[in-house]
Design a protein around this ligand. Sequence first.
Ligand code: NAD
Ligand code: UDP
Length: 309
Amino acid sequence: MRTLVTGGAGFLGSHLCERLLAEGHEVICLDNFFTGRKNNIRHLLDDNRFEMMRHDVIDPFKVEVDWIFNLACPASPIHYQYNPIKTVKTSVMGAINCLGLAKRVKARIFQASTSEVYGDPTQHPQTEDYRGNVNPIGLRACYDEGKRCAETLFFDYHRENNVDIRVGRIFNTYGPRMLEDDGRVVSNFIIQALRGEDITVYGEGKQTRSFCYVDDLIEAFMRLMTQDSTIGPVNIGNPGEFTILELAEKVIELTGSASRVAFSPLPADDPVQRRPDLTLAKKHLDWEPTVRLDEGLGQTIEFFRNLRK
Ligand code: NAD
Ligand code: UDP
């Protein structure tokens, strides 16, 4: 099997490349290094089944592969809002280029979609048939609508051209190799706690998220790609739901930090609650997450501690 991973030098992509190599795949990692890092994949470069391509998914490319995982897109609000027009292009033109390639070479193709397609959800927990509550002109729209359009393209290429698609809707995922400065809540809180700085809780911290450990997520990716009973969309995430204030307290406790919580304004359109309904994942993938938040946070704290040594 030869597999292309776009966004392969990023947080999730690098874990996926590792897993694919471990399962005997040849892996082509395509990345423009916007939020990806050479350090994430440096340890894979000695493996002659691993190849790195510096390329932007908005420009067409050709490779002969059996599988494609399309992960290229900045995922943290700070990064996807840095150049919102580029974010839309990455999601939409990236999807078109990947799907065109999949059509030509008859590859099975996975789209890294997101719980953000549900926007600020009015249904809780979110099932895949919920159509969402996205502000199309807000600050998060470049990401949310870009990802929604990518799903549309995946399903149209499937209906029109019989492309063999799989769509996973990923809920907040954390773990080693998150970027120190990418602004996502788990990395922010851990770094702040390790530095003894204030923990920046936005709003009153009553908004909720459900946090999935990266190893659980990659297992779900593999199961979605290797089964034939659904093309998705399938929610992938951890159903344990925590307020952001609870997360802050947990990080302080697990790091043994003297940091204190400091409240600052809530960003625009910040979703109030989020938790995946995993009925479809259990049914079709026989999958549910196994890593508890304390355990996953422990691994992630260890990673950031070592970075600082
Ligand atoms: P990340 O920012 O670490 O990784 C994204 C990767 O894509 C980076 O290596 C970046 O350099 C690359 N990239 C960005 N734009 C590109 C372009 N135009 N051309 C080529 N490469 C490009 O983020 P991540 O957390 O690893 O997320 C990976 C995918 O999963 C993204 O598509 C994201 O939307 C999706 N996702 C992630 C989460 C999460 O919680 N981590 C949740 C929902 C969806
Ligand atoms: N958040 C926070 N402090 C931070 C970073 C994030 O309180 O330093 C909050 C943010 O407002 C949101 C939640 O944590 O309610 C998750 O934010 P993240 O950017 O990680 O992901 P997303 O909002 O895309 O789910």
